[in-house]
Design a binder for this molecule. Structure first.
Ligand code: DAH
Length: 346
């Protein structure tokens, strides 16, 4: 027994020292310590030994086992180093390498929204948040869009499954616009009111280069005595000039939204063709950048404001749309793609 242990030791130390690859070492390891490995099987023979033999063989066996294990480990390290040297043509370079930390930055939408917040902050507008998961009441009904009204078709809405919540079907939804902040702001802040509300909105959209199920909006509401369409035109122009530069021309065109009367589409001269007409603006030379209008008296009333004393204006802009125009981005889906090649451009 003693001699066979010594023989195993001699043979394998020799094999280990001659191994040239990690694969060879793995095979040696298995031949020794695998399920039927020579070292693994040896203790089965111990039962045949006398107690005094056992006393001698036990420590010898343990010492050889440890020696072989560490010889394999040592050779592994040597092979790794040689492998590195062969690959790189140089010795193992243990000099510390300077790893430059990658600098991240804010997402382009966040950067842009910060700009908007700064601008409207200077004009005296305060920030106001509204929930993403909201009720039909705040998202539609109190904004003069009753259930079953055909105007609901303007928003393809994602409703929350009411099966387990005990909520009546169709009453809880993902907000389709930031206009859900309007009534809350009127009730909470009261008059005079200047508020901005930014954030994510959701719609059941077929996704393409210009539509997404998840997108950003920001809402502006201004209520005071004698607020008029003139204020709307002035603020739209101030805002769009701050974003696109002083040359941009803006105009208002009549447009229906149930919560404003009159309602308007805020349009900017197409930044791609400078009003000449191109593929992006559909040949008309103008691009719609926001929905807006004089707040409907019913909405003011729902917000606890007397419409014979106060009037108000409201807008809803799509920040992604504005960024696309500003930087000439063709596909809206880029914003949520998480693609670093896209994000690093900003
Ligand atoms: N909420 C509208 C939408 O998502 C946009 C909008 C239109 C907001 C007119 C307004 C407004 O505040 O007055 O399409």
């Amino acid at each position: 027994m003693e001699s066979s242990i010594s023989q195993i030791k001699k043979d394998y130390l020799d094999k280990i020292s001659r191994a040239k690859t990690l694969k060879e070492l793995d095979d040696i390891f298995l031949a020794l310590f695998g399920k039927n490995g020579e070292i693994t099987l040896l203790p089965k023979e111990f039962s045949k030994l006398t107690p005094s033999e056992k006393q001698k063989i036990g420590p010898l066996f343990n010492a050889v086992k440890t020696e072989l294990e560490s010889a394999i480990e040592k050779r592994r390290e040597e092979i790794r180093e040689v492998g590195y040297a062969e690959l790189t043509g140089e010795g193992l370079d243990l000099q510390p390498v300077e790893v430059k930390p990658r600098k991240g930055h804010l997402h382009p939408i966040t950067q842009f929204e910060k700009e908007i917040i700064d601008l409207f902050d200077k004009l005296g507008f305060q920030q106001f948040d509204a929930p993403h998961v909201d009720t039909d009441e705040y998202n539609f009904e109190l904004l003069n869009i009753p259930a079953e009204h055909p105007a609901r078709d303007l928003w393809d809405t994602l409703y929350i499954d009411s099966k387990n919540s005990g909520i009546q079907p169709g009453k809880l939804l993902l907000r389709t616009h930031t206009s859900n902040a309007q009534i809350r702001a009127m009730r909470d802040i009261k008059t005079p009111l200047r508020m901005m509300s930014l954030g994510r909105c959701f719609r059941y959209e077929a996704v393409d280069a210009r539509h997404n199920h998840t997108f950003e909006q920001f809402e502006i509401v201004y209520v005071d005595k004698r607020v008029s369409m003139t204020n709307l035109q002035y603020l739209s122009e101030t805002f769009l000039k701050a974003i696109f530069g002083p040359e941009i021309k803006t105009r208002l065109r009549p447009k229906y939204f149930p919560f404003v009367e009159p309602g308007a589409g805020v349009e900017g001269e197409c930044v791609f063709c400078k009003g000449k007409g191109c593929r992006i603006c559909g040949g008309v030379g103008w691009l719609e950048l926001a929905g807006a209008g004089m707040i409907h008296p019913t909405v003011l009333q729902n917000g606890g404001i007397n419409p014979s004393e106060y009037s108000g204006i409201a807008w809803g802009f799509g920040p992604e749309r504005l960024i696309m125009l500003k930087y000439g981005i063709a596909d809206l889906r880029e914003f949520l793609s998480g693609d670093l090649k896209f994000l690093e451009k900003f």
